[in-house]
Structures are given as C-alpha cells and as structure tokens.
Design a protein around this ligand. Structure first.
Ligand SMILES: *[C@@H]1O[C@H](CO)[C@@H](O)[C@H](O)[C@H]1NC(C)=O
Ligand SMILES: *[C@@H]1O[C@H](CO)[C@@H](O)[C@H](O)[C@H]1NC(C)=O
Ligand SMILES: *[C@@H]1O[C@H](CO)[C@@H](O)[C@H](O)[C@H]1NC(C)=O
Ligand SMILES: CC(=O)N[C@H]1CO[C@H](CO)[C@@H](O)[C@@H]1O
Length: 705
C-alpha cells in the first residue's frame, strides 16, 4: 500500500514525482517502472498517537520550488512538516535527495489529517493553500505561507467566508499583463449562506484573492483583504422553469489556451439530492467569472435578513481589486487601502451574481448510475471539421471514459459520443496519460486508432478526433500544416457520416463485410443468451428473427421474457416458438450491418428429461452435467459435449461456459454432492436470480479481451 496522494510532472526532466505514505518516488516518464528513485523513511521518528495509521507521514504537497529543489510537505503523524528535495537539473542526472537538515513546521501548508480535503498551489515562492489547519480539523482557511511577504489567511471563525468547505482545486489566473493584478482562484463547496430553502444546502464556489494581498493596516491585519467568492452553477434547465442543480463540485480541470488569461474551466459536479443521483460536467469562460466578480455585491442587512442585492455606494478602492498599476496605482499595497474599503470587503465576501456555464447547461450529464465519477481531464484537439475537447472521465473503478460532446445550436442540446472506455489517470505528457490510484501509477496512450478496425467506415464512425482514415488504415490525425498528405485524410467527427466521407474508399472492412454465423442451443423453459456486441459504442443494435418455417423476418419484440442487453439478447425463459434464425443488426449513421446470424434451436424439455434419465442410470461420474469437482477424469468430455457433437455443434468452450453459468453454481455443486439425483430439479427461482441482467453487464474492455 503506497497511499499515493499526489503526483507532479516534470516534463523538462521527463520525470514523474509521486508522493505517498512515508515515501516519495521519482519515476521515468517513458517507462514508469524502470530506473526510478525513491526517498523512503519520511516517517516521523516520534509518534505519540496510538493509531498506527495516524503515525504515518502522508505527502500531500509536492511542487517545483526552484530549478534545483522540490518542496514537499506531509501530515507528519498529525504534525505537518515541510522539507526540500534536491533534484538534478541535468536530464541525465536523476538526483533525488532529501535535504533532511531543512525540516520545517508545516502548519498552514499541509493538513494534519491525511484524509481531509486540501488544495495547494505554489506561485513564485509563495504557497497558497486551502485546508483545515488545526489538529481537530475545525479551522478551515485559505493561507499564503513561505513568502517574503507576511503569512496571511482568512479570518478564523467567520462563517461568511468559509462554512465547512470541501476544497477542490486552485489556480493562479492572470487578469492582464500587470503581475500585481494576478489573482488566485479557489474552487470549493460549502454550506451556503444564501440558500433560502434548506439551511444545510451545499453550493459550489469560486473564491479569489489578489496574489499580492498583505492584509489591512488596522482591520484585517494579516488577513486577506481581497477575498471574494460567488456561486458556481451547473444545472439542467427544466421544462417548467425548475432547474435540476448539480451542487457538489468534485473536480476542476483548467484547459490552457493560447491566451493564458483565458483558460477554459471544466467542472465536474455531483448531485446533493438523496433521491436523484447523477453527475454533470459544465464549462465556464473567464469572461463570465470576471463579470461576476466585477458585478454587484450581495448584502445582508442583519441576522434576520436574507442575502440580497447590494445597491448602495461601493467604496474606492473597489473591494476585491488588487493594489496594482492597472487599478490606478494609487495604492502600492493593500495596507494602504482606506479603512472603509477594507471594512466593506470584510462584510461583503459574497458576490450577488452566480457564474453560469457556457450554453447555460452541462455539456454532459450522467444519471445512469453506472459509474461513480471522480475526476476529469480535457485535451483540445484539432480535427478536420474543427476543434474538439476530448474529455477523459475517471471513475472509481479505474475505468476512464473518453468522450466528446457536440453542441447542436438548433435544438440547444448536446450530443455525447463515447469514444472509448479506457482502464486507467491524470497528468499527461506526449500523448500519454499517467494514472494514479492510491496504490499504483500506470501509463496509458490516449489514442489507439488502430483499435477502430480496418476500414474507412469503422474509422469514421468511431468519430475520434485523434484519428482519421489515411487511405490505408485508421491512424493518428494531425491538423493542416503538420499533415503533409492531408487530402487523403477522411474524418467527420461532427456527424460521423461514413457514407460521404468514405465514398470511393473501401467502405466496409473485411471484418465488417462478413456476417458471422452461429448455431446456438437453448433448453425449453430455461434461459439463453444470444451474444452480440456492436463494434462501436454508438451503434444501435436491432434484432430480427426469422422463425422456423417462416419466410419473413420481423423485429424481435422485447418484454419481461426477452431482454435486450449490452451483451446480446437474453431469453429468461425459452419457448419452443422462439426457435429460428436471429439477426443481430447494428445501425450507425445510416450504415446498417448484420454482425451476426444465430440459429437458435430449442431442445424440448421432454427430450432432456429422457436423456438425463438414461445417462444417469448409465454412469454417474461421466454423465453429470456439473462436474462435482474432480468427478470427471482429466481429459474426458462431459456428457453434453458428446450430445452437442452428435448434433454438429463444435464450440465446446462456449457451451461449457454457458453450462457452468446456468447449471453449476457452488450451491448446486454442494447440493449435488449431497444428493446427486436432485440436480435436474433445480429451483427455478434460484436460476432466475442468477441470470439477472446486470450479471451480464460486463464493461466493454472485458468483453473485447
Ligand atoms: C483515512 O481514510 C482511510 C480509508 O477511509 C482510513 O482507513 C484511515 O483510517 C483514515 N485515516 C485517518 C488518519 O483518519
Ligand atoms: C532552491 O531553494 C532551496 C531551498 O530554499 C535552496 O537551498 C537552493 O539554493 C535554491 N536553488 C536555487 C538554484 O536557487
Ligand atoms: C456523489 O454523491 C453520492 C451521493 O451523496 C455519493 O454516494 C458519491 O460517493 C458521490 N461521488 C463522489 C465521486 O464523491
Ligand atoms: C435442464 C434444466 O435445468 N432444466 C430446467 C429448466 O427450467 C425448468 C423450469 O424453469 C426446470 O424445471 C428444469 O429443471
């Protein structure tokens, strides 16, 4: 157990630094498991707390301090510590050394509790943190420490500033070229002040401070004098004007653009409702964020009043603005601000306008309950038909969804295209994702174009902006300029119109052209699965059946008994009349393809009975359908194999798996051991329970492999 909490990428030296429980690693970016360095024994020598877990030093701060040193801080057995790690500054010299003589107290820089929410960002030599800064985990604050400037924090015990916050992320985002105007943004959730319904409502927030704030002269001494915050909204507009809110911010990703003043903010939100579960991703532009902070303040007249729009006079210097030349240069530090302005800032930390997302709705909503979503990362790619933001969505099961979303102006709706489900997370470097969980670090390529098959249509239908058909194969797409032979590239991310894109190309690959034919047997009154999975996640599957002795094909009607699932068509209870030929057809952007043709034979109940009775009398050891552990000698075939061979079915492995699934639960094996004559009168209820549809809902990667 490594107890990994933090990763830091050093692209220049091509190292990945990882902090865990009592240790730090320096990993090679190309091959994370080779040539690594470690610093161990970061464990504090003395520990007065009895709980073993609490005696460890969990590294939670890891930053590039300067060219030669990393800053590392850990919880230090509920007594935070900071130190410097010497790292090499030549590419080949992978120095990684603890400066043990430079151990410093870390209060305000690192939490006591390894599990408490915490964020930190190093700007210049100043460490900005959002944390619970005391042993008991009660004093939530935003700090700036380490600096040549005075240490500074939010006022303690002021619920207007922070009320039981959960810190999510923080970034410095400049406003303009004047560095004195730089602001640090904090993303968090907290119990809301202003919610009129439900005193304990959680809201998501953006808070910000001026990086050069040194507090007030007489009021707010050594406290932030520029702290402001506002609500971050992510909601789905409702038909009746009632929106569905996603209020619990879980993760933030800042997508840098060419203009460092205007990154794009992606927020991942959870619901706070007990009834309705789901996640949404919303996108915010800095212009909207700045407009909210430059807009009106919220005001509370007294304890009995609600927070409302402040319409009075706002003092100069405007509270929340920085001591900078851009702001007139009248004040060189916040200490020079008039008392009146500082006093106003203290009583008006909340802005009136919330921040609304782009298009006033999420770009993605997930309410299927399939995944617990933890993290997002975004990569912007140039494709043939424009720019796409590829979302990498990390779930708690280690699956990463790779998704693009496309906004349709006419219908004001978003289309979601799931490209892949990868196993993996979060820093990246030269088209690799580095994935950290509590116990491991892995590296994964984030485009695998060849996976999409060997035909133009496959490649095009995948709609992966990283990939395009180059005339021969599905390969990495590079935008104009980089791509010399551009005219051969076929790609249509927006519509996936393969018929048009692949005109004159080998439209359908060999694998796609062929319809696989199969024979399947089912037993009357028992369950049967006709397996068929589409090649891409977007394809819609339609089943047709041509029943025995009929010439017409008709669409299969699903009901309680016949269920359409990701893995295929499931009959919970097979009827004689179900016998026939089944066609598994996929439809994707008007390209129809019959993936599989399965002829289903139904073995009638009486015949089974007959057979089993006969077999049973003959030889128990050989004929039992469920091998009672080693009752069947190695190498000999169970009875049903012979049976199936007789009738010309040769895919034994499949049959064996199927039979195991349907007949041979552990429970039954035990039953069988006790009284072998009872095996065929298994409780139908039990069977039904075992083949509940979700048992077949394997993730796609599991199916593919
Ligand atoms: C932190 O959380 C883990 C897992 O929930 C738990 O096992 C551990 O005891 C916690 N540590 C502390 C110090 O509370
Ligand atoms: C980097 O910071 C460390 C710790 O303060 C210091 O010892 C070292 O001299 C600094 N290195 C450079 C190149 O400034
Ligand atoms: C989202 O909220 C639900 C319900 O409160 C919770 O069970 C789940 O763990 C949350 N998800 C994350 C990623 O924290
Ligand atoms: C062979 C076998 O398992 N047959 C079972 C099929 O289902 C019926 C009722 O659901 C059972 O009575 C059979 O024993």
């Amino acid at each position: 157990y490594l107890g990994l909490h933090i990763m830091l990428l050093d692209e220049y030296q091509e190292r990945l630094f990882v902090g865990g429980k009592d240790l730090l690693y320096s990993l090679n970016l190309d091959r994370v498991n080779e040539n690594y360095r470690e610093v161990k024994h970061l464990k504090p020598e003395e520990c007065v707390i009895r709980n073993k877990d609490e005696c460890a030093n969990y590294i939670r701060v890891l930053h590039h301090f300067n060219r030669t040193h990393l800053l590392a801080c850990g919880t230090g057995a509920f007594d935070p510590l900071c130190t410097f790690i010497r790292v090499g500054h030549q590419l080949e010299d992978h120095l990684f050394q603890l400066e043990s003589h430079r151990l410093e107290r870390g209060r305000g820089r690192c939490p006591f509790d390894p599990n408490s929410s915490f964020i930190s960002t190093l700007i210049g030599n100043e460490l900005f943190t959002g944390l619970y800064s005391d042993y008991w985990g009660r004093d939530a604050a935003i700090f700036r420490t380490m600096s040549r400037l005075t240490h500074i924090r939010t006022e303690p015990d002021d619920e207007r500033l922070l009320k039981e916050p959960k810190f999510v992320d923080s970034y410095m985002i400049p406003d303009n070229e004047d560095r004195d105007d730089n602001k640090v943004y904090f993303f968090f959730t907290e119990k809301s002040l202003e919610a009129e319904t439900g005193a304990h409502a959680i809201y998501s927030r953006v808070g910000r401070v001026c990086a050069n704030d040194i507090g007030g002269q007489r009021i707010l001494v050594n406290k932030w004098s520029t702290f402001l915050k506002t609500r971050l909204i992510c909601s789905v507009p409702g038909m009746n004007g009632i929106d569905t809110y996603f209020d619990e911010l879980e993760d933030v990703f800042l997508l840098q653009t060419r203009d460092n003043k205007n990154p794009v903010i992606f927020g991942l939100f959870n619901t706070t409702s007990n009834i309705f579960r789901g996640y949404a991703i919303c996108v915010y532009h800095m212009a909207i964020v700045r407009a909210a902070f430059n807009g009106p303040y919220a005001h509370k007249e007294g304890p009995e009043y609600h927070w409302s729009l402040y319409e009075g006079k706002v003092p100069y210097q405007r509270p929340g603005s920085c001591a900078s030349k851009v702001n007139g240069g009248l004040y060189s530090t916040t200490k020079d601000y008039p008392d009146e302005a500082v006093r106003f800032a203290r009583s008006h930390p909340l802005m009136y306008q919330p921040i609304k997302p782009v298009h006033k709705r999420p770009i993605l909503v997930k309410t299927d309950g399939k995944y617990n979503i933890k993290q997002i990362a975004v990569d912007r790619v140039e494709a043939e038909d424009g720019q796409y933001d590829v979302l990498f969505i990390g779930t708690d099961t280690g699956v990463v969804l790779k998704v693009i979303t496309i906004y349709n102006q006419d219908t004001e709706s978003m289309e979601e295209v799931i490209l892949e489900e990868l196993q993996v997370f979060k820093v990246w470097h030269s088209q690799q994702l580095y994935v950290g969980s509590k116990t491991t670090v892995t590296q994964v390529k984030f485009h695998q174009c060849d996976m999409y098959g060997t035909a133009c249509a496959d490649c095009c239908l995948a709609r992966d902006p990283y990939c395009a058909w180059d005339g021969v194969s599905c390969s990495r797409y590079y935008p104009i300029g980089i791509q010399a032979k551009r005219r051969f590239r076929r790609q249509d991310v927006r519509h996936g119109n393969a018929a048009q894109q692949c005109f004159g190309q080998q439209l359908i690959g060999e694998a796609m052209e062929k319809t696989e034919e199969r024979l399947a047997y089912g037993i009357e009154y028992n369950s049967t699965l006709l397996e068929c999975t589409p090649r891409t996640l977007q394809a819609k599957v339609i089943w047709f059946v041509q029943r025995a002795h009929e010439t017409r094909k008709e669409e299969v009607k699903t009901d309680d008994r016949i269920v359409k699932m990701d893995l295929g068509l499931l009959f919970l209870r097979l009827h004689r009349t179900d016998a026939g030929t089944y066609f598994c057809q996929t439809v994707e952007h008007s390209i129809v393809h019959t993936v599989r043709k399965i002829t289903l034979e139904v073995v009638e109940e009486e015949r089974i009975e007959e057979m089993f009775n006969k077999d049973y009398e003959e030889d128990i050891a050989h004929k039992l359908p469920c091998p009672v552990q080693s009752s069947i000698p190695q190498g000999s075939k169970p009875w049903y194999k012979e049976f199936l061979q007789l009738i010309g079915y040769s895919n034994f492995q499949r049959v064996e798996e199927y039979c195991e699934k349907v007949w041979c639960t552990d429970k039954k094996r035990k039953k069988l051991k006790m009284s072998p004559s009872k095996w065929k009168y298994a409780n139908p209820q039990e069977k039904k329970a075992r083949i509940k549809p979700e048992h077949y809902r394997l993730p796609r990667h599991a199916v593919d492999s």
